[in-house]
Write a protein that binds this ligand. Structure first.
Ligand SMILES: [Zn+2]
Length: 349
């Protein structure tokens, strides 16, 4: 388990970590304390919908003289269980408004799927080489999801560029899809601070989750490609402090993004060499070659990772896609040169 940062105050911002029960440890919620004379208490992200998380949040806020019932506005970076899971109860107790990106239903559908959606997902994953049993395993985490995932309706749907008026602490919404379609980060211009959700993380590379299209006619989102379009959006922001949802403060987001790009380049090269050596492979076969130890136990994350990179190779003209017996197969056309995906990545700036 990684070292977890604790409760800490940064001016008007308070970091409030709560346990998730997942391997990556705590999620950081952030409270923005009211300006003197105001009763506006803002919370960014909720923690998982479990009693232990509720208590951790309540105890954390109490250190600063507040309680969950005092929250007036809940902002969501995205709809994953550790960010949105506790929102129904917070809204019920505090009467706060809840704001998040309009695409948040994508996560709600994934965690709490209808029978139709499950049927659609099965067909989709067959096309990547998965059997029914593998599909069940990939999504087994959803079995108890209703116990920890208690989302609520949004009072306002945020879009890219929306300004959130908080007294003395105005935030700009930046839509940064990639990790998931609805991810946003919040930017505070005067103090040069950014709340990065899961878009930028300390010590962990964000997984760009595979998004099953809502209907078979819909084009599938190329999540990893979209992710890097989003990093290009946040690069120009002159952030002094970036507050991620997991891990400690990030002081140099440009260096962090450059590091992500280097590791993506390495993986593109590795997959490309596998395809060159083995011939045309299904995404599942690539996953088994690339992650021989964990492909089965972390199938959804692994397939997300593989598809994101295969998309980049195919879109860049380095791989060709054919269908064999209803399953997609990827074949190498050429191996990308270093720097082909992003230009030459430099860690100095
Ligand atoms: Zn997330």
């Amino acid at each position: 388990m990684r070292e977890q940062p604790g409760i800490k105050q940064f001016g008007r911002i308070v970091r409030l970590p709560t346990p998730t029960g997942y391997d990556f440890g705590d999620i950081n919620s952030y409270a923005i304390l009211p300006e003197p004379g105001s009763d506006e208490l803002v919370l960014i992200d909720t923690g998982v919908g479990r009693e232990v998380c509720w208590q951790a949040l309540e105890t954390g806020l109490a250190q600063f003289g507040f309680a969950i019932k005092d929250i007036t506005l809940l902002l969501l970076t995205h709809g994953h269980t550790d960010h949105f899971g506790q929102s129904a109860r917070i809204k019920q107790v505090s009467g706060c408004e809840v704001w998040g990106h309009e695409a948040i239903k994508a996560s709600v559908h994934r965690y709490l799927p209808t029978a139709d959606q499950i049927a659609r997902e099965k067909v989709f994953f067959h096309g990547l080489g998965l059997s029914d049993a593998m599909y069940d395993k990939a999504y087994k985490y959803r079995k108890h999801m209703h116990k920890v995932y208690k989302p609520c309706e949004l009072d306002r749907e945020l879009s890219d560029g929306d300004i959130i008026s908080i007294k003395g602490f105005e935030l700009e919404t930046i839509h940064t899809p990639g990790h998931c379609p609805e991810e946003v980060v919040f930017w505070q211009a005067e103090t040069q601070q950014m709340f990065s959700g899961d878009h930028l993380l300390t010590n962990i590379t964000p997984v760009c989750l595979l998004h099953v299209p809502e209907s078979p006619e819909d084009e599938r989102i190329h999540a990893l490609t979209e992710y890097y379009q989003s990093t290009d959006k946040v690069i120009p922001y002159d952030a002094k402090y970036v507050y991620p949802s997991h891990g400690d403060v990030i002081y140099d987001h440009l260096e962090l993004i450059a590091g992500y790009k280097l590791s993506t380049e390495r993986r593109l090269l590795k997959i490309s060499r596998i395809l060159e050596k083995k011939g045309a492979l299904s995404p599942l076969a690539v996953a088994q070659q690339l992650f021989p130890k964990v492909w089965e136990s972390q199938l959804y994350a692994v397939m997300s990772e593989v598809m994101g990179h295969l998309d980049m190779l195919a879109d860049g003209g380095y791989a060709d896609i054919t269908e064999r017996g209803g399953v997609l197969h990827y074949a190498s056309l050429s191996v990308p040169e270093p720097g082909a995906a992003f230009g030459v990545v430099s860690l100095d700036h």
